[in-house]
Ligand binder design. Sequence first.
Ligand code: CP
Length: 293
Amino acid sequence: MPKSLIELRDWSAQEIKNLLQFSLSLEQKSHFKTPSNVSVGLLFFEASTRTRISFEIATHKEGLNSFLISSSLGTSLEKGESLEDTLDNILAMSPDLLVVRSDDQLDQQRLSQISPIPIISAGWGKKSHPTQALLDIRALMKQNLSVPEIKMVIIGDIKHSRVASSHFQLSEKLGYQVAVLCEDDMMPESKARRLGTLEEALSWGNVIMPLRFQHERHASKSENLNVKKFQINRSHLDAMKSNCYLMHPGPINYGSELHDDVKRHKQNLILSQVESGVWIRRACLQQLLEVSR
Ligand code: CP
């Protein structure tokens, strides 16, 4: 079975550290790879901007051919074909690696176990978003924050967040601290430390990561969400120490979890996260294709 990246709990701490270091080293020898005949499928069965486009750029910079499905529109899913059958058919065409974003309905772990080629999860329902957690840590390493120093507070809709799920897994592997700040009905199953107020979060953490409410994964659309309760604004950032940072995986709903006056703040790392995404995804593609050859 080729090595895949579905959940970070399946990788050793050393493998993860090697991947992060490799992604940093790529920046020193930045160049386009010679085009190859390797085919990478980018299969996005859920909406995406950052992850999809960064994988497209990463494949291009690595000299790989990519083919893209960016919704069910225009595929035989529209005619009633199942996702599993769609994937079986794509695998029968012998691509070299697949990047897959899906909801919880598809079992990405099972897919990776039956697949003859590596699978990289680009987001799996509420369960996993491994490349997002990796790029977050890479963006903090770029600020010279050492991993054991990281004290990350994830705020808001933790229960429906695959980014939070991946940080719970990654923090166990790498030894950084994660706490949560949320309302009772947004608590995850994880035994993460829970903070009580925004003030406590800002004084405890050196990384503040609000999340949007992920309405598409809520069982009931009528859940009463106080989306502004933990809103972060410029005065919160101004009060933080200089080695404390605002992060957000995106997409952001300005006016809800973030006031738009944080956009240009010097401690706002949101676009650095996006930049790190291309390097992490290049590193993942290189490492998993190397293993499978
Ligand atoms: N962070 C993230 O996964 O963003 P997209 O949904 O735009 O890919």
